[in-house]
Write a protein that binds this ligand. Structure first.
Ligand code: SAM
Length: 280
């Protein structure tokens, strides 16, 4: 889209600042500003919102978020080579972009953000999954974020939205769906990125629910789900043996057949079981 802003095209930005992609930082850049604006739109109405962006790189998605009207964008980038390019964006949008250099796994950005807050990121997949799990398991609910709009490799995206009875269904689906509404918002082929990764990607959009779908203690639920899926081929009476000596009774009290496998149990069943396990 010409006229998205007055900045140079991203290929030029990359050439000017010598931003050759580094594999070690998981750098696969989005250079099409039409596409980054489209991804920014998946994040919802940004006017009146602060946006936390992790891993802006040369700033394609950052420019999309700003052109879509974000009140303020705070971005965290590990690669110091990207900072001059990001500063140029900050100058084009005075007072609207703050850039922090560092590792998003170590920085706590909350002091710099004002609610309502949305999160958007195109991150290396391992960092993305680690952050997603952290964002879904805060000490208190509702979390600091209203929504998360995140790029994942397609297989991980499918695990986030997976339903019972499928191979993709597991801990990530339960974590995500217990306290948020999760959906795949966009599919992207490898060729959308420079350089192209080996796999296809998907943008996942998660909206925080005000309350979990079913009551359960988060730590107990997490323990039960981890034990169940760590040995997903086993019957629950075997995989959950370590959770409680009378696990068969507790499974039955939760309305679950002890011979079922984790893969067959819907979210509601896991929450009922977590409540039974928490009972003295
Ligand atoms: N958002 C840009 C885009 O869409 O073109 C860049 C995407 S690239 C897949 C991932 C970006 O995350 C890179 O700029 C990389 O330097 C940055 N990054 C990698 N690990 C990071 C970390 N732990 N904390 C912050 N940024 C990180």
């Amino acid at each position: 889209m010409t006229g998205i802003d007055t900045l140079p095209p991203l290929r030029e930005v990359i050439a000017t600042h010598g931003l050759s992609a580094r594999k070690s930082l998981g750098q696969n850049f989005l250079l099409d500003l039409n596409l980054t604006a489209k991804i920014a739109r998946q994040a919802g109405d940004l006017t009146g919102c602060d946006v936390l962006e992790i891993g802006p790189g040369p700033g394609g998605l950052t420019r999309g978020l700003l052109s879509e009207g974000a009140r303020h964008v705070l971005c965290i980038e590990k690669d110091s080579r990207c900072l001059p390019a990001l500063q140029e964006i900050a100058q084009t949008y005075p007072g609207k972009l703050t850039v922090m250099e560092g590792d998003a796994l170590e920085i706590d950005p909350l002091a710099h953000l004002t609610p309502p807050i949305r999160v958007a990121a195109n991150l290396p997949y391992n960092v993305g999954t680690e952050l997603l799990v952290r964002w879904l398991t805060p000490p208190q609910w509702p979390p600091f974020w209203q929504s998360l709009t995140l790029m994942f490799q397609r297989e991980v995206a499918e695990r986030i939205v997976a339903q019972p009875g499928t191979k993709a269904y597991g801990r990530l689906a339960i974590l995500a769906q217990w306290r948020s509404e999760a959906r795949i918002a966009m599919q992207l082929p490898p060729g959308a990125f420079t350089p192209p990764p080996k796999v296809s990607s998907s943008v996942v959009h998660l909206t925080a629910l005000p309350e979990p779908r079913f009551p359960a203690d988060p730590a107990v639920l997490s323990r039960v789900v981890a034990a169940g899926f760590n040995q997903r081929r086993k019957m629950l009476r075997a995989s959950l043996k370590g959770i409680a000596p009378d696990i068969e009774d507790r499974l039955l009290a939760a309305g679950i057949k002890p011979t079922d496998r984790a893969e067959q149990i819907p979210l509601e069943g896991f929450c009922a079981l977590a409540r039974e396990v928490a009972r003295k």
